[in-house]
Design a protein around this ligand. Sequence first.
Ligand code: NAD
Length: 245
Amino acid sequence: MLQQVRDWLTEADSVTVLTGAGISTDSGIPDFRGPSGLWTRDPEAAKLVTLDAYVSDPAVRRRAWASRREHPAWHAEPNAGHRALADLERSGKLRAVVTQNIDGLHQRAGSEAVIELHGTLSEVQCLSCDDRGPMSGALERVDAGEPDPPCRKCGGILKSATISFGQALDPDVLRQAATAAATCDLFVAVGSSLTVQPAAGLVEIAARAGARVVIVNAEPTPYDSLANAVIREPIGEVLPALVTA
Ligand code: NAD
């Protein structure tokens, strides 16, 4: 199977990769739905990324800020999977890395063609006036005794500049991602349960447009039957093996 996918990669002119939380587990950032996932262990944690709960419940916001303060992303380093995708980009074949992740590890590994579908943890945004600023400044306020720091411009509710459940994606970013899916000849989905829309639907967009589809994920996904190949081995081994070849 791996050899077959290597051949497809060699033949491909334009590769789009969709990544999910599974590519960052080797960097020490737990995914949501995998066997040791955050929500698998603590279903209440889902509230922290649900817009309604965040807006209506100050206790949820305080917990969300405390969890941002302790987020493993602040100490995480890119791993072999992230580095393999940066290598693929340097080879000239990569159209885009469309990522559902908010941890910035693709960029830190050297990837430039990154489309952050679900935003970034490194910034905050006001839910009322849209003002943005660095996460570091907001976390300093949390440390200084503001457990739920409001927007300094308008007093509105501040949140990480990430897409919560119930919150719309940036239409421009989504358009770029859909175009990258529709115009590649090989589409590889890596480390995603493919259960969050519209991200997961990119697999179908790519398949309909005639791209070969490869899924690299430890567990089954709803799109496996659409894929030309499904690889269940560890991402940190599969991606370097594919790209080095
Ligand atoms: P998910 O948690 O739903 O699924 C991750 C999948 O990756 C699981 O099916 C798991 O079996 C698989 N996996 C984990 N480690 C693996 C490995 N080493 N090798 C092979 N497979 C592995 O993640 P999702 O589909 O990305 O959806 C979760 C949402 O949560 C996304 O929107 C994402 O923004 C967000 N999230 C992001 C991060 C991050 O930025 N690192 C972390 C957790 C959640």
